[in-house]
Design a protein around this ligand. Structure first.
Ligand code: NAI
Length: 328
């Protein structure tokens, strides 16, 4: 039988983990023919909770789940992993400034980048979900000099999926009819969900909508602030949808984006679309067999340019902050 794929998940005892682990073990990420071994990293105080989650995983008797490794030592838990989903992060506590948040997470992603560099499998791919995702990915990437930079990405697939869902509701078309959606920039409120290159049933989405005011005043802020709306309604942050997007992103990265379509993924900029080289910024990408390519040649009008520039400026500021802290 096939060799199990080793998938690391950090923050495995958290909210997203509680949904994500079961999706992976059920075969939603690697397919129904590929056994999986879960490598679950948590901090010491959460290991007991994690034990409970592992009991539930056991109790599902998932046919594809061939083993579970748990622990708080990244160099042990990441040993030999082929895919690392870095979900665990320090949430912003009361009175914590943005700089404090970047610093607290910087320590986590510095250590995890180093551990991956040391012990992960040669073919490892690393997806960062934990916030601030783009900058955390930049820190991990910089601290893993032996792992090719293109093996790191940060999650903007949830934003992408939210954008698909909003456009679907507006146009009355199923999400499966919507293609070429793009999230540009940072996974934050400055992100730019771009419908101007998207298509609904093969027709330009902005033309189908025919309502610039809706795009500017409704669609963009709804997508960008969806996380806050969910916290307001649910009393805690989006978890199942974040887990689902984490699965979608990793699955498409490993197996390929659909023909004639693309996905949004935050990856290291090569200067495409005037996004400064080296920033981990969201782009339209096509994926295949574990690699990605930024879609080239899209025309960017003044409206889109301004939105992309604003989000990219925020990324550059975050980079300057963590660089000033000596984290990269
Ligand atoms: P949570 O607070 O429920 O769980 C986080 C878990 O990470 C906790 O169990 C904690 O013990 C663990 N953790 C903290 N430091 C760790 C470390 N150094 N190593 C291993 N584990 C560690 O949070 P939740 O809801 O699961 O969210 C996780 C992260 O994902 C947050 O940063 C959140 O902001 C982010 N997020 C990102 C989204 C995206 O689209 N990129 C969407 C939704 C959430």
């Amino acid at each position: 039988s096939a060799t199990p794929v080793k998938v690391a998940v950090t923050g495995a005892a958290g909210q997203i983990g509680y949904s994500l682990l079961f999706r992976i073990a059920a075969g939603d990420l690697l397919g129904k023919d590929t056994p999986v071994q879960l490598h679950l990293l948590e901090i010491e105080p959460a290991l007991k909770t994690l034990e409970g989650v592992v009991m539930e995983l056991d109790d599902c008797a998932f046919p594809l789940l061939s083993g579970i490794v748990t622990g708080a030592d990244a160099t042990k838990v990441f040993d030999g992993v082929n895919l690392a989903l870095l979900v665990g992060a320090r949430p912003r506590g009361p009175g914590m400034e943005r700089g404090d948040l970047l610093e607290a997470n910087g320590a986590i992603f510095t250590a995890q980048g180093k551990a991956l560099n040391e012990v992960a499998a040669d073919d490892v791919r690393i997806g960062v979900t934990g916030n601030p995702a783009n900058t955390n990915a930049l820190i991990a990437m910089t601290n893993a000099p032996d792992i090719p930079d293109e093996r790191f990405s940060a999650l903007t697939r949830l934003d992408h999926n939210r954008a698909l869902s909003q456009l679907s509701a507006k146009t009355g078309s199923p999400v499966t009819d919507i293609t070429k959606m793009t999230i540009w920039g940072n996974h934050s409120a400055t992100q730019y969900p771009d419908v101007f290159h998207a298509e609904v049933g093969g027709r330009n989405a902005a033309e189908v909508v025919g309502d610039q005011a809706w795009i500017e005043d409704d669609f963009i802020p709804t997508v960008a602030k969806r996380g806050a709306a969910i916290i307001d309604a649910r009393g805690s942050s989006s978890a199942a949808s974040a887990a689902s997007a984490t699965v979608d992103a990793a699955r498409d990265w490993l197996t390929g984006s659909p023909e004639g379509d693309w996905v949004s993924m935050a990856v290291k900029s090569d200067g495409s679309y005037d996004v400064p080289e080296g920033l981990i910024s969201s782009f339209p990408v096509t994926t295949k067999d574990g690699s990605w390519e930024i879609v080239q040649g899209l025309e960017i009008d003044d409206f889109s340019r301004g939105k992309i520039d604003a989000s990219v400026k925020e990324l550059a500021d975050e980079r300057d902050t963590v660089s000033g802290l000596g984290l990269i």
